[in-house]
Design a protein around this ligand. Sequence first.
Ligand code: BYC
Length: 332
Amino acid sequence: MYTQGLDQADTAAPSPEEEVQLRDAFQARIDAEEKIEPRDWMPEDYRRTLVRQISQHAHSEIVGMLPEGNWLTRAPSLKRKAILLAKVQDEAGHGLYLYSAAETLGTSRQEMLDQLLSGKAKYSSIFNYPTLNWADIGAIGWLVDGAAIMNQIPLCRCSYGPYSRAMVRVCKEESFHQRQGYEIMTVMARGTDEQRQMAQDALNRWWWPSLMMFGPSDGDSAHTAQSMAWKIKRFTNDELRQKFVDVTVPQAHFLGLEIPDPDLALDEETGHWCFGEIDWQEFKQVLSGNGPCNAERLGARRSAHEEGSWVRQALLAHADKQRERSSAHEAA
Ligand code: BYC
């Protein structure tokens, strides 16, 4: 749908003076809340930032299918299985819209996939944790999709048109995912003692990794300041993390579950929940490939890619045949 981004004509690079003028005009459009579209002039660093963020986002959706996919064959009922299957398929769809949005910036899907499979590209840290029991599926929907929505609603107002439009549909689906996760947690928290313990155990394991999804603290975030100026990001990592904590703590209390943070306290003056220090060492370890499931996740993606190779070849052969047939038909 968006591959015109790959066909951009090579235009001569602007002189340094022209570049300054172009950048000023570009920033003025951003400041006026205009959307930037694929064929508009844009600074190369704006383009690179978007390809980096959108492709990482796409990879996260695709790798994010794996932890939940782990429970498709073991869902506790047919209804639960059908719901989970639909959710996992939604994530695949999100990955596809996002790869399409990134392609409009002139980077091919093949290139992005190569970067994922070679381990060069990042994907969200959260998907390097294991799903040990059924309550983890509830915790992922509630916390991981909940964190994702908090981060992604503002992306619907991102300055880059194709990304912002893709996010509108993604957010609608994510909010359904969040509710289905919370519903699983509600059932388990109101169930037997053992089910309640499973729900608490899942919250204990997913809480801190969910807070890490928002990225490093503002002081350590390499890209936030520039991305805010370009209106790619509308809030900083810490602002979004705080909003997530403020929304989620009362939800945990409603379930009768305890947030695994001894420093958690309500600041009566501001109305915000203060929380303890995140283990940034753990975050760094996961980002550098040493999380509990990094090797397993990339291994699964690599073998899926290899096993799907015949499908891609068959589709290309079919497209070639179609093309030959239609040119023979036109020549006749
Ligand atoms: N994990 O300067 P910063 C989903 C990297 S999928 C890994 O703050 P930025 C779902 C960051 O990339 C949810 N890496 O960066 C799917 C950068 O590295 P590089 C995915 C992280 O870009 C299935 C470096 O750290 N959501 O919802 O301004 C089932 C410095 O960070 C992480 C998105 O991708 C992390 N957690 O801000 C269920 C949303 N955090 O590139 C659910 C779109 C940071 O310099 N992305 N890094 O090597 C964003 O909003 C932003 O890219 C981030 C980071 C807030 C994630």
